[in-house]
Design a protein around this ligand. Structure first.
Ligand code: NDP
Length: 279
């Protein structure tokens, strides 16, 4: 289990990823540099963006400024982006990767994911990711929003086993089956919208547990992930929330807390179901 914001876990290819990262979904490009810089200054080492967020440029500027202020090196950070589904031909996926690098002002990515499985084949995108990985332009490759059947399909031809599957996961959507499947195949799970985009923060049971531990409801939820060794990316544009979201290493949930949190699962999503997402 990770013990700090900078603690890492090891992928199936030996590459290490920080267990807790900062996501930048829904942050306008012009505000992203400030958010990313503030995150880095406050100890975040994993930054999660995507082509479709439209803020890779701002993310890149924030990384540059954050490194300058902290004196850290590029290698001290872990940067994830995701190929959007419109890039379905291998060539388009390869070109989009070069675009991402340019916007991010980077010469490699730590992790590049297929953002959604989509309705058609994702094989071309995966072949592109494998090629970039073999060429040393990405340290690890993976997927996002893949259900078990998508992973089975991918594994039938993949030369490189995905390092990670980033999925919506929080106490209302605990994703047990897919977690078990990924564990069997040595694929790490990373939670997106761990706070259900803020919708879980007033939940009465989580409030009770928060009161008991003198912590916020957000901290209880994030600790629930950490204790189950689920990687996560959480988003806030506010420095005080970035700090409190990473102040989750000085307490422990007991069995009763975990059972109460586990009992909240209703397979409820804040985002679309991967099999129904129509684009
Ligand atoms: P989160 O569950 O991280 O919740 C973010 C929301 O909660 C924001 O409105 C934020 O507001 C608020 N918030 C954060 N911390 C606190 C706090 N301590 N107290 C009160 N409110 C808080 O949702 P996201 O959807 O942003 O998910 C996190 C990341 O996951 C994304 O940024 C993105 O990187 C990734 N993601 C990936 C997807 C995929 O398809 N692969 C889909 C969706 C997300 P504020 O900013 O104002 O503080």
């Amino acid at each position: 289990m990770i013990q700090s914001l900078t603690d890492k876990v090891v992928f199936n290819n030996g590459i290490e990823i920080p267990g807790l990262g900062l996501g930048v979904f829904q942050i306008p490009n012009e505000e992203t540099a400030e958010v990313v810089k503030t995150g880095i200054i406050n100890g975040y080492r994993l930054i999660d963006t995507a082509q479709i967020y439209g803020n890779e440029k701002g993310t890149g500027e924030g990384i540059k400024e954050g490194l300058k202020i902290t004196g850290l090196n590029r290698e001290d950070l872990f940067v994830t982006s995701k190929v959007w589904n419109a890039h379905i031909s291998k060539e388009e996926a390869l070109n989009s990767f070069e675009e991402s690098l340019k916007k991010l002002q980077l010469d490699y990515l730590d992790l590049f994911l297929i953002h959604w499985p989509g309705k058609d084949s994702f094989k071309e995108s995966w072949l592109a990711l494998e090629e970039l990985y073999e060429a040393g332009k990405i340290r690890a490759i993976g997927v996002s929003n893949f259900e078990i059947h998508h992973l089975e399909e991918l594994l039938s031809y993949a030369k490189v086993i995905p390092a990670l599957n980033q999925i919506e996961l929080h106490p209302k959507l605990s994703q047990k089956e897919i977690r078990d499947f990924c564990k069997q195949h040595d694929i790490k799970i990373q939670a997106w919208s761990p706070l259900m985009q803020g919708q879980l923060l007033d939940h009465p049971i989580i409030k009770e547990i928060a009161k008991k531990h003198k912590k916020s409801t957000a901290q209880i939820i994030l600790r629930w992930d950490i204790e189950q060794e689920i990687l996560l990316v959480v988003k806030s544009v506010h420095e005080n929330r970035m700090l409190s979201n990473s102040d989750v290493f000085d307490f422990k949930l007991d069995n009763e807390d975990m059972e109460r949190l586990n009992s909240l699962n209703q397979s409820l999503r804040s985002g679309p179901h991967p099999d129904e997402f129509n684009f």
